[in-house]
Design a protein around this ligand. Structure first.
Ligand code: AR6
Length: 204
């Protein structure tokens, strides 16, 4: 269960998020968890990587995942033909304790095209959840997508991510996922999720 929300969880229009989802719903609280640490150590069904369009590895969490999964991951990624921004593809997880890796390609944040960036980021979360559900992955852990090298501000990325997760869990295929783990690494992301989670997933 998540920590209790501050008393003043009054909703403002900005907290409706990109999908204009009515908030809040107490019943979803135990379906989402927030942890800080290394996503490569998690024994969930699927972990979500913040990849680039080549899907052939890079720095940040992508580099950490490729190092920990081993060279077979790179070999499988080579067969995928890359991936569009705002979408995702799934692979095996090789030496990782998870069963699958979803490789999501977030947008490079564009402050002059905020709405487009948000649509693409939301697309990453929805497609990742869809792929997990299709592959019988009932537990999924997300690293931050676009909030590192790609420059997406954490205070904008967190509500977009939470809105998309909530949208999926309340939708048609929502019952195919038992638990969504949000993995934070840096303080700025911890702070953003601490602030926004109580609005999207209020405590029971
Ligand atoms: N473990 C867990 N989380 C991490 C780690 C780690 N080792 N390192 C960073 N994060 P980023 P992006 C968090 O830069 O912004 C790669 O080169 C970090 O705090 O990994 O989507 C890809 O190949 C941040 O919140 O991904 C692409 O070229 C989040 O992971 C590009 O970077 C995402 O930061 C993608 O950039």
């Amino acid at each position: 269960k998540l920590a209790a929300a501050p008393a003043d969880t009054e909703l403002t229009p900005t907290l409706l998020g990109p999908n204009k989802i009515p908030l809040p719903s107490k019943s979803l609280n135990d379906r989402v968890a927030l942890v800080r640490g290394d996503i490569t150590s998690l024994a969930v069904d699927a972990i979500v990587n913040a990849a680039n369009r080549s899907l052939l590895g890079g720095g940040g969490v992508d580099g950490a995942i490729h190092r920990a999964a081993g060279p077979e991951l790179y070999e499988e990624c080579k067969t995928l033909g890359g991936c569009q921004t705002g979408s995702a593809k799934i692979t095996d997880a090789y030496n990782l304790p998870s069963k699958k890796i979803v490789h999501a390609v977030g947008p490079v944040y564009d402050p002059l095209g905020h709405d487009k960036s948000e649509r693409l980021l939301t697309g990453c979360y929805l497609k990742s959840l869809e792929l997990a559900a299709e592959n019988n992955c009932r537990t999924i852990a997300f690293s931050g997508i676009s909030t590192g090298v790609y420059g997406y501000p954490s205070r904008d990325a967190a509500p977009a991510a939470l809105s998309a997760i909530r949208h999926f869990l309340t939708g048609e295929k929502g019952d195919k996922i038992d638990k969504v783990v949000i993995v934070t690494f840096e303080r700025k992301d911890v702070d953003a999720y601490d602030e926004f989670i109580p609005h999207y997933f209020p405590p029971v």
